[in-house]
Each structure stands twice: as structure tokens, then as C-alpha cells.
Design a binder for this molecule. Sequence first.
Ligand SMILES: Cc1ncc(COP(=O)(O)O)c(C=O)c1O
Length: 410
Amino acid sequence: MPKLAVLAINGGEKRCNVVWPTWPMWDDHERQGLLAVLESGKWWYGDRVKEFEEKFAAFQSALYGVTATSGTTALETALVALGIGNGDEVIVPPYTFVATASAVLRVGAIPIFADIQPHTLCIDPDDVARKITARTKAIIPVHLAGYVADLDRLGEIAAAHHLALIEDACHSWGSQWKGKGTGAIGACGVFSFQASKNITSAEGGIILTDNEQLADDCRSFTNVGRRKGGAWYQHFNAGSNLRLTEFQAALLLAQLTRLEAHTLTRQTNADIITQGLRGLPGIIPIENDSRITRRGYHLYTIRLDLDALGITRDRFVDALTAEGVPASVGYTIPLYKNPLFERMSIDPTSRPYLGDRVDYRQVSCPVCEQVCADTCWLFHTLLLADESAMRAIVAAIRKVCENVGELQPT
Ligand SMILES: Cc1ncc(COP(=O)(O)O)c(C=O)c1O
């Protein structure tokens, strides 16, 4: 029998032979910065942390920045500083990293899931409006993959119901909404600098806001309850120690020098992929929103029309990866299907135990469930390769789509 397979997964030749950029990227900026901190003997929460906070806030067009140990603790800080706590409800999307919802639980509040939009993968303002109750105190949209959630509609809803709008901007360094950086468009926004992120110090996070009082409250919480003007051993609230070190700030200052150029390169390269995939049967395009005046890509997301392709997303990802384009299945279940949430409704020993008040087993966000089954991700590092690599990504995706018959069950 002649061998019909042309797809690499079936023994054919790989379509893409690019050596992909590795992450994190670093050079003498990082080396010199770290050495300077080491040799100064000033390792603790000082001038470099302050300098980074100011520079990153300015980069995202915010007035104030308060660093924290991670995106997760930055979210917790924002919630505490906004007075959100026991029994309050906070509306979150289910297509996100667990921290968006677990931070809500950590402060004693209850995450309520609103569905996402199929063509943006961000929270659906119509479903947010449906989920508001007398207990709702905040909305946390996630700018997923760097795509900015509809901040106009969400801002209107938040204002009409006196809710805080907290941007989970942990994927959106460099993204802009109508010319303003993400983060301080709502009451505040949080960013992560964890190792996989577009600017990193291995771990770290920041809260951005235009509200000085809120910034002071965040600072106090991250610095063991101290306050500006207070004595060293005077503590005004049960804050935590969420301070960054000068080593982390040195890394972040060095990384920040590349963020603008990297953001523009990723955007240009992502546009090449988007153009190249236009009209390709099997691919559902992500909508363009002209209000997103700059898009910082943490991920390039690809929604698949599984009916047209006749295969599962996982099979597609395996085939694309075999062609030389490392792809990921991303989030495979909505957050509310995690044991963490299911347990809170059924196990009285769970903390918190919500019983009938919110039964996460009954939650249904159909768009998110579909997206969890049909979407795959390319990581931001691929978007830092050259233009010919982008054309190779397109060619590899086209090859898989056009030869999908080879992957279909017989
Ligand atoms: C959307 C989102 N929110 C929050 C976080 C939490 O950030 P960190 O890992 O720095 O705690 C992440 C991290 O991956 C994230 O992707």
C-alpha cells in the first residue's frame, strides 16, 4: 500500500523548521542590574522598586503603581483595598487562570461566573448584567491573551450598579483601550511578572490605579499595614508582606526597556498570522475591535470549527506541534468545573462551604465550555520570531486544515 500521509504527525515532512525564541530573554541589562544591586548591599524594597513602579505605571498610562509578590497577591490586595470581603459577590469569567477567582475566595468573597464572548474570549457584558445581585460588589474582567474586554460597556454597568471594576490585566502588558493603557481604566488593574509573562522577574505583580487613596491602601496592605507618615512599628491594618526585592526590580527595569519593541513586534507578527488564516475553513476568526488601539499579545488564540474539521482540538494541536509549531490546548475546563469549586457546594468541611447558596455544579457558561473544547494557543515567544517564521506558522496551520482527512477517524 502506498503511504498517503503527508502530515508530519503521520510521518510526512515538517512544514516549519524554525528555531523558536526562548524565554525569558535577557542580556547585559539584566546582568549589570543584578550585579549593581548585589554590590550595593541594598537588596531590600528600595529605589529600584520605586523606579520600576513609576516607569511601569507610566508605560500603562496610570498614575500610581504598587508592586506585590505576584499577580495573585496583587489581585487579593486590590480586593482588600476596595473593601471587598465576607459574603460579597464578585463577577468573574470562567475562561482564565484560577487566581482571578481564587483571589476572590481568599478575601472571603464569592466568585460568580459570567460567560465569555465567542469572538473575543473575554467576559460578556450582557451576562455580567444578568448576574448582578444586591450582594455584587465588583467585576473582574480578564484581558485574555492581551485582547481588551469591552471596558466601555463594563464601565457603564459598574457605574450604574456602584460596582468596582478591577482589570485582571495579567495578559495585557502594552495593550491599550482607546489610546490608554490597560490597568487603570477601571478602579484599578493588576499585572503579573511570573516567569512565563511578557515581562518577568520570575515572580512578581503590580496594581495600577489613578486613585491616590486606593494606591495608598494597596501599599499599606502589601507593606504589613504600615502607612505613609506612620512610625515604623505602627500598623494600621492586618496587611501582609508582599514586597518585591531590589533584585526583582533590577530585572524588571531591564525587561521594561524591551517591552515596547516586543509588544510592537508581536502585534505586527500576529497580524501576519491573522491575514494568512483569513477565510481558511476550520478557523473561526477572533473579532477585531477598533477600540483596542494596541494589542499586547500574551497568546495567539485560535478557535477551531470542529464540525468543519471533523477532529478534536487535541488532535489538531498534536498535528500542528508535529509540523514544528508548538501549540497548547490552553484551559480545557471552565474554572467552575475545578474540584475547588465543586467541593464548596458539597463538602461541609470545605472553607468556605457555600451549600445551596452557590452550587457551582449547576453553573453553565456554554460559550466558555465550547471554547475550552475548540481553542488552542500559541505562546507569545513564537510571535518574537521573524516574518518568515510567521508565514511558516500560517503554512503549517493551512497544511493541517487542508489535510485534516488524514486525522479523521476512519
Ligand atoms: C489571567 C491571570 N490572572 C492572574 C494570574 C496570576 O498571576 P501570578 O502567577 O503572578 O500569581 C495569572 C497567571 O498566570 C493569569 O494568567
